[in-house]
Design a protein around this ligand. Sequence first.
Ligand SMILES: Cc1cc2nc3c(=O)[nH]c(=O)nc-3n(C[C@H](O)[C@H](O)[C@H](O)COP(=O)(O)OP(=O)(O)OC[C@H]3O[C@@H](n4cnc5c(N)ncnc54)[C@H](O)[C@@H]3O)c2cc1C
Length: 306
Amino acid sequence: MTDYDVLIVGGGPAGLSAALNLGRSLARVLVVDADRPRNAATLNSHGFLTRDGVPPFELRRIAREELAAYPNVEIRSRVRVGALTRTDAGFAAGIGRRDPSEQVTARSVLLATGLRETLPDVPDLRGFYGMSLFSCAACDAWELRGRSLALIGESADLADRARLVAHWTPQLTVFTNGSAAVSTAEEAELATAGVPVVRSPIVELTGERGRIAAVRTADGEERAIDGGFVRPEWEADLSFLDGMLPERDDDGHLVTDRSGRTSIRGLYAAGDVAAPGPQQLIVAAGAGARVAAVITHDAIGVATAH
Ligand SMILES: Cc1cc2nc3c(=O)[nH]c(=O)nc-3n(C[C@H](O)[C@H](O)[C@H](O)COP(=O)(O)OP(=O)(O)OC[C@H]3O[C@@H](n4cnc5c(N)ncnc54)[C@H](O)[C@@H]3O)c2cc1C
């Protein structure tokens, strides 16, 4: 006998959506959430049907309010899973605010821990991130459409992302911040599409109260912009998986089947931490709902069609 049927690690849209659907399926659920959502930097989140423009914390508040109707779902906030191990009956987790000394057991575990971001090494970038510089074009480009935009990044897919952002504006400048992110062939191709590439390192972003106004580079140039996008590096922090090595892809995302099962029996994953799709709230919530159905089917022994 375990304390819970399902332990959900992470209370973002993926974890909370799974909790709702598992709760409605009579499962005894524990959600453990460190409460550090990826989109905390932004004031409004977009593209979630019925909640377009909602502040990120409001979305979580509504979700938790709805979950309060289910006595079989327990949420522990600002609490972290510090260690997760396999047992004969399922899994054991050490949880706690600072010290993960409380032990809980569960038959199945859903990893919904999202991703950690590292922004390009540019002075003051944090001060603009989430307010006038964003990372997801599908989420935030509508508000910036037609304006003079920057794309700042140091990764090999920067030219691809430039093609994407250029869909929303004819005035885009790519800043590689001194890196070799864009090849000369890509630079030439972007130039024919009217997208200049600036290779000089960025020394300053200017603007006020989160509203960016210009990018200053080491070559002494200053370019006025109204907003833009950055390409962060993403990392799945799964250091708490004690001795368990579920399959991961080259970028560190958990590999699952299309139902959210990892390569370890009883261990599931949903949301941004699982193999890449669009990193969006509604996609994460949808993945949480889908994996919840699969966890229920697996527990009952129903051969699912998923
Ligand atoms: C600046 C910014 C703006 C964005 N804007 C939008 C937008 O407008 N629209 C949109 O659809 N998407 C937007 N996104 C993307 C969106 O935030 C993510 O796709 C979504 O949050 C993914 O949900 P998730 O449940 O997988 O992970 P998250 O929402 O990141 O939730 C994961 C949770 O797990 C917790 N956690 C991690 N490790 C542990 C642990 N060991 N123990 C306990 N808890 C843990 C974290 O603290 C966090 O609370 C934005 C992202 C950023 C960075």
